[in-house]
Design a protein around this ligand. Structure first.
Ligand SMILES: [Zn+2]
Ligand SMILES: [Zn+2]
Length: 447
């Protein structure tokens, strides 16, 4: 018996497919597609603003429970955590966002959102899934069902999360503060994808290393001395100070930052005054700042404060401006070795030509909070553009509507199939490794 057993073992080892070859079949994806697509249509038509994703979270939680997951709701607000344990092995987390945006949908699609709601300031606003988070949820559900249906293909713990408030930056931090990595198993790797029109549907792109930018939100309030518009000599005009400040801020990137380093300083709004013949007391402006490097980030933020103070002082303002850094998130960093490792299962499941290497992008994301807990991350891009429209736009040098546009409409059918296929391929690969091998592989600290 012993020699036969040995022979069998050798045979099994010889014919067992390598971990990277465990691509989900088209049949597996087709079987879960109706559920995933139904969830897409449901959440697309019922979008909710950041921090208010009550119905969205309840719907996704119910679907994941039905798929066999142990689901905890209200983690860090409206966040949900769904766990599927399947023996010894690593813990891998896959994340979707839950929130939509205050954008009026103008896609003309039969299932376009018509939702209006009150925002946190009490204003009536339209709501739309203009960033594609509905597609991420649908993809996660399809993936969840396949993983639950095929437990013989992997081992370990699968942890799926629905994160609130990504668009306002704070949902990831909220879930971590509420015990995401202490009440639940701390993952060995965290994974997420994002759909966009920068790539045709059917394709994904991976970006080893820096994926996007550090993002900082700054509010500057300039204090002047109000009075009659016809008696400027009795006032200190904060509008003129603001105008000078805005122009001087442009010199940070053009004159202070070393040429070749990435830095963006945008003044997105300015608010001051009520009437043409009144010089107001105050002027307020809001800035967004984007950088790749921490030292450049510090330099730019210091430059903003210095210039705001100096312009106010130059005008004889009664007091220095307040420079309020009210929001910030670090860039998303993809462990380079992990990203290169996962190229193989993605190529095996999508075709070699459908996996490309992407450049770092400038929009930001709070997925970085998960990575900063010491967990290697893999964040990749999912093509959402109709291939024909993508080719036309490229040929004519134009751009398809970007995420956050009222016209953003991903090519759902192929993109959702690809999203599910890619997620399952990545998860099955990682959930066939030992935690030790994963730690050895993804050992490059974030610079
Ligand atoms: Zn967004
Ligand atoms: Zn987004």
């Amino acid at each position: 018996m012993i020699p036969i057993k040995g022979l069998l073992l050798i045979c099994c080892v010889a014919i067992a497919p390598p971990a990277w070859a465990q691509a989900p079949s088209a049949k597996e994806v087709d079987a879960v597609y109706p559920d995933a697509h139904a969830l897409y249509l449901d959440v697309h038509q019922h979008p909710e603003l950041s921090g208010h994703e009550t119905q969205t979270a309840a719907t996704l939680a119910a679907d994941l429970r039905k798929a066999g997951y142990e689901v905890t709701e209200h983690v860090g607000g409206t966040g949900i955590v769904a766990i599927l344990k399947n023996g010894a092995g690593p813990t891998i987390m896959l994340r979707t966002e839950l929130d939509a945006l205050p954008v009026e949908e103008k896609t003309g699609l039969p299932y376009a959102s018509k939702v209006h709601t009150k925002d946190d300031a009490g204003h009536d606003v339209p709501v739309m899934h203009a960033c594609g988070h509905d597609l991420h949820m649908a993809s996660l559900l399809g993936t969840a069902e396949i993983m639950a249906n095929s437990k013989s293909t992997w081992h370990g713990t699968l942890m799926l999360i629905g994160q609130p408030a990504e668009e306002t930056i704070g949902g990831a931090e909220g879930m971590i503060r509420d015990g995401l990595f202490t009440h639940f198993p701390k993952p060995d790797v965290v994974v997420a994808l994002h759909v966009g029109n920068e790539l045709p549907s059917g394709m994904v792109s991976i970006t080893p290393g820096i994926y996007n930018t550090n993002s900082d939100s700054i509010r500057i309030t300039i204090y002047g001395k109000g009075g009659h518009g016809a008696s400027p000599h009795t006032t200190v005009d904060p509008i003129v100070i603001a105008a000078r400040t805005i122009l001087a801020l442009q010199t940070i990137v053009s004159r202070e930052v070393k040429p070749g380093e990435m830095a963006i300083v945008t003044v997105g709004y300015i608010r001051a005054g009520t009437k043409n013949n009144i010089i107001p007391d105050e002027a307020e402006m809001g800035l967004t700042v984007r950088t790749f490097k921490q030292d450049v980030r510090k330099q730019v933020l210091a430059g903003i404060t210095r210039i705001a103070n100096a312009e106010a002082a130059a005008a004889g303002a009664p007091r220095p401006p307040t420079v309020d850094h009210y929001e910030g998130t670090d860039l998303v960093y993809n462990d380079p070795a992990l990203a290169e490792h996962l190229r193989k299962p993605l190529e095996a499941s999508l075709g070699k030509g459908n996996v490309v290497t992407g450049e770092p992008i400038t929009p930001s994301e709070d997925f970085s909070f998960f990575v900063e807990q010491g967990v290697p991350g893999f964040y990749f891009s999912l093509g959402g553009a109709e291939p024909e429209k993508f080719a036309q736009a490229k040929a004519s040098g134009t751009h398809l509507p970007s995420n956050h546009s009222p016209l953003f409409a991903p090519d759902v059918d192929p993109a959702l199939h690809t999203g599910i296929t890619a997620e399952v391929a990545v998860l099955r690969n990682l959930l066939n490794m030992s935690p030790e091998d994963l730690h050895k592989l993804a050992a490059t600290p974030q610079p």
